[in-house]
Write a protein that binds this ligand. Structure first.
Ligand SMILES: Cc1cc2nc3c(=O)[nH]c(=O)nc-3n(C[C@H](O)[C@H](O)[C@H](O)COP(=O)(O)O)c2cc1C
Length: 258
């Protein structure tokens, strides 16, 4: 089958999933690229994917696809068109997230032709305790581009494969842990109340009252506000930073499935 169009669908509060998805599509090299970014809102209308090659890319949260990403993907369907499910994780593990994303694709009328797990800087990485800091780096991006090229070669097999694409993961999926109570805190003396954190929060958990306040119930701990505050005024202290730094600092490489 011949495909001319590609579509990028992503959820990516700290942008690594977005960069990986874009780079895979560059490697794929199809002409017309549409993009649906689910990071800030759910699409108003349903999206029907046909005669197009779609890359769906999301981060791994607790070994799973983030619940908020699944909510925002609700209105997306395919007409047996090819999809490349991709997860991006912070160098610990992706557990069952890729399997969950692959299953979601199949249940929504898409046909997985290849899949991948790439590595992005961990949301809880800090300057003094780096976890996959600076990733995806040039090596990751080369691998993502090459992966896209390899996927292109396999598109001609779409419709011929009979067995479902294998990806790593187990049933039942990893249990989702209880919500941790911490919320990114403002370091008030540096905060200029510019409101940038309000704009970039994927779940509208931040507002300006007398000062900037965060809603602990709504916050998904993605750390978009911590990493992107122009003043470096936001802080999220979690015991996971130490644990991850001590145990998951060795570089991991992407896993590719065809
Ligand atoms: C709530 C939460 C849970 C996470 N769980 C995992 C995990 O289970 N394994 C892992 O390796 N990284 C985990 N991460 C790290 C992210 O997967 C990683 O930072 C990813 O690059 C973020 O993607 P983004 O830049 O597209 O937002 C988690 C991050 C957050 C915020």
């Amino acid at each position: 089958m011949n495909f001319e169009h590609s579509h990028l669908i992503c959820f990516s509060p700290t942008h690594s999933s977005h960069v990986i998805g874009e780079t895979i599509l560059q490697g794929l090299g199809l002409e017309q690229i549409a993009e649906t970014d689910l990071t800030y809102e759910k699409p108003e209308e349903e999206i029907l994917l046909c005669n197009t090659v779609t890359v769906i890319v999301v981060p791994v949260y607790g070994g799973r696809v983030p619940g908020i990403a699944l909510e925002r993907m609700e209105g997306i369907r395919g007409e047996q068109s090819p999809v490349i499910p991709v997860v991006v994780y912070g160098n610990r593990d992706y557990d069952d997230a890729l399997l969950e994303l692959r299953d979601w694709c199949v249940a929504h009328g898409l046909v997985p032709v290849a899949a991948a797990a790439f590595i992005g800087e961990h949301s809880y990485s800090r300057e003094d305790r780096p976890i996959a800091a600076g990733r995806p780096d040039e090596t990751d991006l080369q691998q993502a581009r090459e992966f896209g090229r390899q996927v292109f070669d396999r598109l001609k097999l779409v419709g011929q494969e009979t067995k479902p694409l294998y990806v790593k993961g187990n049933y039942p999926y990893k249990t989702i842990g209880p919500k941790t109570p911490q919320t990114p805190l403002m370091v008030s003396e540096r905060c200029s109340q510019c409101g940038f954190c309000i704009e970039i929060c994927p779940v509208q958990a931040i507002r300006l009252d007398e000062e900037i306040v965060s809603n602990a119930e709504t916050c998904i701990k993605c750390c978009a506000c911590v990493k992107q505050c122009p003043q470096g005024a936001r802080l999220f202290e979690t015991p996971y930073t130490d644990i991850l730094f001590k145990n998951f600092s060795n570089r991991r490489d992407p896993d590719l499935f065809f």
